[in-house]
Design a protein around this ligand. Structure first.
Ligand code: ZN
Ligand code: ZN
Length: 94
């Protein structure tokens, strides 16, 4: 099962590697709203807490926080959205 980066469509084999990719590539610009900052995590966080689901996924991917620091329900929601919206289709080679 492969995950797709919500910001650039790069494929990753697990949430862990997707997070690694995301933190390497998307911490200075939000690709959804073209918001540029030295640290866009605050931007992801702010919109996530306002209920924006796309940014919730981005926030989840951008943080390496302990469970206690991101609310468990928000984390579950982010993982759910990731699994629902950002799974790569299996490529069938015939
Ligand atoms: Zn990406
Ligand atoms: Zn944004």
């Amino acid at each position: 099962m492969q995950y797709i980066c919500p910001s650039c469509n790069t494929n990753a084999y697990s949430i862990t590697s997707l997070k690694k990719h995301f933190r390497k590539s998307h911490l200075s610009k939000c690709e959804i709203c073209n918001y540029v900052s030295k640290n866009v995590v605050h931007h992801y966080r702010r919109l996530a807490l306002q209920g924006d689901e796309k940014h919730l996924v981005l926030w989840y991917l951008s943080t390496n926080l302990k469970d206690s620091e991101i609310k468990v329900e928000l984390k579950k929601r982010a993982v759910y959205l990731l699994r629902r919206n950002y799974i790569a289709e299996e490529v069938v080679i015939s």
